[in-house]
Write a protein that binds this ligand. Structure first.
Ligand SMILES: [Mn+2]
Length: 298
């Protein structure tokens, strides 16, 4: 049995906890989960601490999910020691790169949204991304996370765009005009980033997604659970007053997973301290299931 996975047994091989296996260097394909147990980015960003327990809560809620046909592997957790966030991001990035080299779908379990820079770094380090390949980042988030300065949960995509330059594009979906200052929108414009506000996402922007998929070779989708309404996802570092409906978020994720270009997906900002009846962890687990179910390899 893989640590962290446990649950109900009716018949053999029906639920995720019954089929998940420990990742080894010989693992090829399938779906690989890697945890990033970090509070440090949220602490630096002055949010509510508690995201480091996220991977554990997500495994618990994923345990009883019904199998989908995909092989599942767990590559364990990476921990931030003290305030050594940058060192942990490098360790995590190496694990992600190894999964991607083996043509698995890598799924990162956060942790604060500082997981995202580690995820992006892993993608750029992987052999799947050749010279000149274009990377598309889609971030479902009520925040732009384009802050500059000391790396935190508010900076990952500014870091990614700085590292990736013209080869990397950024689309943020569900951004709250009420929760991001003017300077952040100005920075998004200066960086050539695209964004859609929460108030404009009544339906999934399928045409915009299609054209985003066409323009890239590799897709990385990041889900900050604070993009969901606080009633659906109360257990986050910075709850959204409005948010985007679960139906729209689900559609965006399924569409991305089915694009044939999705290499990497991560879920960030689950804060177990504020999670009422595991509501947020349960929702996140279901969204991960939706991605695994819809995922098409290249
Ligand atoms: Mn975020």
């Amino acid at each position: 049995m893989v640590p962290g996975w446990h649950g109900r047994v009716d018949e053999p091989g029906e639920r995720w906890h019954q089929i998940v296996r420990a990742w080894t260097p010989a693992t090829r394909g399938g779906v690989v989960f890697t945890g990033f147990c970090s509070d440090e980015g949220v602490r630096r960003n002055q949010g509510r601490i508690g995201a480091s327990e996220g991977p554990c809560a997500l495994r618990t809620m994923m345990s009883n999910l019904a199998i989908t046909g995909s092989e599942l592997f767990d590559a364990g957790d990476v921990f931030v020691e003290g305030s050594e966030l940058e060192a942990a991001q490098l360790v995590y990035a190496d694990r992600i790169a190894r999964c991607l080299n083996a043509e698995s779908l890598a799924i990162g379990l956060g942790g604060g949204h500082e997981i995202a820079f580690g995820s992006y770094l892993g993608l750029t380090k992987s052999e799947r991304v050749g010279a000149g390949d274009r990377i598309g980042i889609i971030n479902l988030d009520s925040h732009l996370d384009l802050r500059i300065g000391q790396p935190s949960s508010g900076t990952p995509f500014a870091q990614a765009l700085e590292l990736g330059g013209a080869s990397t594009s950024y689309l943020a979906l569900g951004v709250s005009a009420a929760a991001n200052g003017r300077s952040l929108f100005d920075r998004a414009d200066a960086l050539g980033a695209q964004y859609v506000l929460d108030q404009d996402l009544h339906v999934a922007p399928l045409a915009q997604l299609e054209s985003a998929f066409e323009r890239v070779d590799h897709l990385y989708v990041s889900l900050d659970l604070d993009v969901l309404p606080a009633s659906v996802a109360p257990g986050v570092s910075a709850p959204a007053a409005r948010g985007v409906s679960l139906e729209v978020i689900t559609q965006i994720l399924q569409h991305s997973a089915a694009s044939g270009k999705l290499r990497l997906f991560d879920v960030a900002e689950l804060n177990t301290k504020f999670d009422i009846d595991n509501r947020t962890a349960r929702t996140a687990a279901r969204l991960i299931w939706d991605v695994v179910q819809a995922w098409k390899p290249a």
